[in-house]
Design a protein around this ligand. Structure first.
Ligand SMILES: Nc1ncnc2c1ncn2[C@@H]1O[C@H](COP(=O)(O)OP(=O)(O)OP(=O)(O)O)[C@@H](O)[C@H]1O
Length: 414
């Protein structure tokens, strides 16, 4: 059923729902548009409405081929709406759900588009703060790009910032999507442009691998990994691409590339990646939920003991929000962990991509492989002990957990 939004727009049909509201296919004076109608509890918040109006210029000013432009802001009675360019296509999460992994050329082309969009935003002083596949739209009506990829456009600019008002989120709270949160945010520092680079590198890793570098298990474990763990190389990834990922996933924000440079470097890699098939990587084991300590996010239902939890996110962007027809819980709202919580605990760590076909940790097959290796090691121990180097074996005993560097340094190349 059609619905009037302000005096100039009509919303015809729901395109989808997110945690902040519903996106409608609509019509305006200049043709079709997408209208994001914010949830009623948000639109009735006077402080939030004030911020929308204040940020109007920044939100409306962004024009770029890889950014979904906001055309208008409507404040009308109980309605608070963002009127955007309509993108005829799908979002990158839907594409990933369908294909699981993309060929490196297509993945890099999409990431380069997003980097270019970010470069324009950062030049205008706007930090996105919520770069993730859900916020990348693929234009399926335009011409195809490298590797058959569709043009990618970044959407939802400024929305995270607007909703993240001091009253809603005290300084000790983290707002965002755990898998894509830069370590400095986890540590409570204010988000700068480099958080978008970290999030984009996480998205690129996910496009290549089919999972995020630090995701899996309870959101608290995910946040800790961002701060303490080093990204583990993906089997078969070209070295130049890996180095770029590592640089942009650096713990130190200053070590990451700027968006414009990242876009240019990614495009330089495209010819080299032409025709390369998707990487042959299996998803690492998801940790059981009971690893969650006392940092259960607000409003998240307690997971059943021992039951694996879903890989992404926990609770909506705004406490109390529940996407009505979406099964994607993509945001978290948690307190900033204390330093000892971030540093401590091996639980939920030691995730590593496995080459396809290699056994999962803890599986029967893995235990059989482990037994065989232990036997081989025992035999080797006898030989080595005879040679007087038996101590070497003690260090080599744990063959199931890959080495994890908890520092900030870049890992070795694959
Ligand atoms: N400008 C647009 N043109 C076409 N479809 C859009 C547009 N913006 C959003 N959509 C679609 O509307 C749906 C909901 O988008 P929305 O931005 O509200 O949520 P989200 O980003 O998926 O989740 P969240 O807001 O919780 O991060 C998505 O499936 C997206 O594909």
């Amino acid at each position: 059923m059609a619905r009037r939004i302000g005096s100039r727009y009509t919303a015809h049909q729901i395109l989808g729902r997110g945690s902040a509201g519903t996106v409608w296919l609509g019509e305006g004076p200049d043709g079709p548009v997408a209208i994001k109608l914010l949830r009623e509890d948000l639109s009735s918040d006077q402080e939030l409405v004030g911020r929308f109006v204040q940020e109007r210029t920044a939100l409306l000013g962004l024009e770029h081929p890889h950014v979904v432009s906001v055309r208008d802001l409507v404040v009308d009675g109980n309605d608070l709406a963002l009127v955007m360019d309509l993108v005829r296509g799908t979002d990158l999460r839907t594409r990933l759900d369908r294909d699981r992994r993309l060929a490196p050329e297509a993945a890099v082309a999409i990431a380069a588009d997003v980097a270019d969009g970010l470069a324009a935003a950062h030049a205008a002083g706007v930090v996105h703060r919520d770069v993730k596949p859900e916020n990348v739209l693929l234009d399926m009506q335009g011409p195809l790009g490298p590797g058959g990829s569709h043009r990618a456009l970044l959407t939802d600019f400024g929305v995270a910032k607007l909703i993240d008002t001091p009253r809603r989120t005290r300084a000790t709270k983290i707002i965002g999507t755990p898998d894509y949160l830069a370590p400095e945010i986890v540590e409570g520092l204010p988000p700068r442009a480099s958080v978008d680079i970290y999030a984009l590198a996480t998205v690129l890793y996910e496009l290549l691998a089919g999972f995020t570098p630090f995701g899996g298990g309870h959101p608290g474990a995910v946040l800790r990994r961002h701060v303490t763990e080093t990204v583990v190389p993906l089997p078969g990834i070209p070295d130049e691409l890996w180095q770029l990922l590592v640089q942009c996933l650096a713990k130190a924000p200053a070590s990451r590339l700027r968006a414009s440079e990242l876009g240019a470097r990614l495009r330089e890699l495209l010819p080299m990646l032409e025709g390369m098939p998707p990487l042959d990587v299996d998803e690492p084991e998801t940790e059981p939920a009971e690893e969650a300590a006392d940092d259960t996010p607000q409003s998240a239902p307690p997971p059943a003991a021992g039951k694996p939890v879903r890989r992404r996110g926990a609770v909506p962007l705004v406490p109390g929000a529940r996407p009505a027809d979406s099964n994607r819980d993509t945001h978290t709202s948690m307190r900033v962990p204390a330093p000892d919580e971030l540093a401590g605990g091996a639980r939920g760590t030691a995730r590593a991509p496995r080459a396809a076909g290699s056994p999962r940790p803890g599986s029967a097959r893995n235990r059989a492989v482990t037994r065989r290796r232990r036997l081989a090691l025992a035999v080797a121990a006898v030989v080595l002990a005879a040679a007087g180097v038996g101590t070497w074996l003690a260090a080599a005993d744990d063959d199931t957990a890959p080495p994890q560097d908890s520092g900030n340094s870049a890992p070795a190349t694959p």
